[in-house]
Design a protein. Structure first.
Lengths: 314, 242
């Protein structure tokens, strides 16, 4: 695995910084950070499948939505405790994703992306009309049990979950399996030609990705307290996830986190100047310029800066 | 026991017959040249042996065991592997990591919890001519000759004893051809079995024990390199002689 002490030191510093945040910022900023943490979780989930293997999923909001709706239905309709509903939400997301999206892994490129997009749109159309007594129809489900009280506790939960998932993904991607997934993104035929079953590898990546999406979706639903179809099975949710990964740097762990925080905070900073939808235009322009300057994202800019710094020292 | 036995192999793509009732053997330790004009079906034969294409009919036997219905990874696990006309490296991975992919066991558990064999990665890299300093170079920085070496290394890393080399000299400079030819000779001395395709007949001649020629998927001639090239049908189809 080739782990070095400085890897753990960097992680420890990052975790310490995240947990010290409430001492320096107000509740408003903390609430923004909570949203950024959940977006980062969804972005890490997307990156494990799409950023690594190159199979661009447009259906991740579908996975996030399954997790959110499962825990919402179980807690509000059937009185399940959250300790049971959240693990079941993860399980249901994996199973649901497996049934609906896994067959799509046999097709490639834009076809895979289109099938996953169709699945997400299908869910948006179906959720309000199929068993509205369970899903709440277009109004969704409200008064979900809260996991924490107050912005600070909500932040610690979201940040803790994000860091745990990021650490897990980092360790997983440092194994030979991570290398193999990365190799699939570069040349799938060569991976098969190296004697590896790419279907098995992609399925595993998909299941891990789905589990993280379901886990994040379930926690996010309890944080919001109310869920509606448009809040999850929506193309804007999809774009937020993908843009966060692309801005931060696909195929990295810190990239999706940086991208999510960059995106969320930029939108917040633009709000006083552009309170309407036009801030998305400015935001899109900045994201586009950044992407044109460095298609591999902010992480590549940091890496090249770090390399130059080390070069200057030696 | 033969390393490979191809019997009555047929591959049809709709109305086109790419492999037409083809049969030949490849003995263990032998180096066999497969020649034919463009579109003769040489690469299609390779793809069928590797399971990348499923034959319409016929059988493929490897070391006495029929492998006609096995998946590509299962065939590679048996000990047969191939290189491609255009090298297919993992460009963002280093030389070492490219070889690591070839060494990986086809098991998720072993990939996650097992430890890699970095010494073996280095040994394989050195066996095909890479220097220690090359190990951490990204594949995207390699010249064509080095990419060919890398493909050899990844193929050897799978544990293959029978190597199918497709247009192994394509795109190489004279110096690189000599380097790859030397590598093949070295591997022959170490007991590897080869089935190779090349349009560079002068470069291929000293590397093979025997040759077969095909046209439109049909066997034209089978014998020594000189016998095959002297065959009337081969000269007509391959060299354009009346």
């Amino acid at each position: 695995m080739n782990l070095r002490p400085h890897h753990f030191l960097l992680w420890a510093a990052f975790i310490a910084l995240m947990f010290a945040m409430p001492q320096f910022v107000g509740n408003g900023t903390l609430r923004t950070m909570i949203f950024a943490c959940y977006l980062a979780i969804f972005a890490i989930s997307w990156d494990i499948l799409s950023g690594r293997t190159g199979y661009i999923s447009f259906g991740h909001p579908f996975l996030v939505g399954i997790g959110a709706y499962t825990t919402a239905i179980l807690t509000r309709r059937y009185g399940f405790p959250v300790e049971a509903s959240i693990p079941l939400a993860v399980l249901f997301t994996m199973i649901g994703g497996l049934i609906v999206l896994l067959p799509a892994l046999r097709i490639k490129g834009s076809y895979f992306a289109l099938v996953t997009l169709a699945v997400m749109e299908l869910m948006y159309q179906l959720v309000p009309v199929v068993r509205p007594d369970l899903t709440g129809g277009t109004r969704g489900i409200s008064r979900l049990p809260a996991l924490t009280r107050g912005a600070e506790n909500g932040y610690y939960l979201a940040a803790g979950l994000m860091l745990a998932i990021a650490l897990f993904a980092w360790l997983l991607m440092r194994t030979r399996l991570g290398t193999a997934l990365w190799a699939i993104g570069m040349n799938e035929e060569s991976v098969r030609g190296s004697g590896l079953s790419t279907t098995r590898l992609k399925s595993f990546a998909f299941l891990v990705s789905a589990a993280i999406a379901g886990l994040g979706g379930a926690f996010y639903a309890h944080y919001l307290g109310t869920i509606t179809p448009r809040a999850f099975f929506d193309i804007n949710v999809l774009f937020q996830i993908i843009v966060a990964v692309l801005i931060g740097g696909a195929g990295t762990i810190l990239g999706p986190i940086i991208g999510a925080f960059f995106m969320v905070f930029m939108l917040e900073w633009l709000r006083p100047f552009l309170p309407g939808q036009e801030r998305f235009f400015v935001y899109g322009l900045i994201a586009l310029l950044l992407y044109m300057y460095q298609p591999k994202g902010i992480m590549a800019i940091i890496d090249s800066g770090w390399a130059k710094l080390r070069g200057a020292r030696t | 026991m033969n390393a490979l036995e191809i019997r009555d192999l047929v591959k049809r793509f709709g109305g086109l017959t790419a492999t037409n009732d083809l049969s030949f053997d490849l003995a263990q330790g032998e180096s066999l040249g497969l020649i034919g004009p463009n579109g003769a079906g040489k690469t299609t034969v390779f793809s069928q042996i590797m399971g990348e294409l499923r034959q319409t009919s016929g059988t493929i036997t490897f070391m006495g065991e029929e492998i006609s219905t096995l998946s590509t990874p299962d065939r590679i696990a048996k000990g047969v592997s191939r290189t491609y006309q255009v090298p297919r490296p993992f460009t963002d991975l280093s030389v070492r990591e490219n070889i690591r992919v070839g060494l990986m066991p086809d098991s998720l558990r072993a990939m996650i919890f097992g430890t890699g064999d970095t010494a073996r990665e280095g040994e394989i890299a050195q066996s095909v001519g890479f220097a220690t300093a090359d190990l951490d170079r990204p594949a995207s920085e390699l010249a064509m000759g080095d990419l060919r070496k890398l493909e050899f290394a990844r193929t050897l890393a799978t544990g293959a004893k029978v190597l199918l080399l497709d247009e192994v000299f394509a795109g190489l400079t004279t110096g690189e051809i000599a380097m790859i030819a030397e590598l093949i000779q070295d591997l022959r001395q170490r007991g590897f079995t080869f089935l190779m395709v090349s349009h560079d007949l002068p470069a291929m001649e000293p590397l093979i024990d025997r040759a077969i020629a095909i046209e439109r998927g049909t066997l034209l001639a089978n014998g020594s390199f000189k016998e095959v090239l002297a065959d009337h049908a081969v000269r007509a189809s391959y060299l354009g002689e009346a």
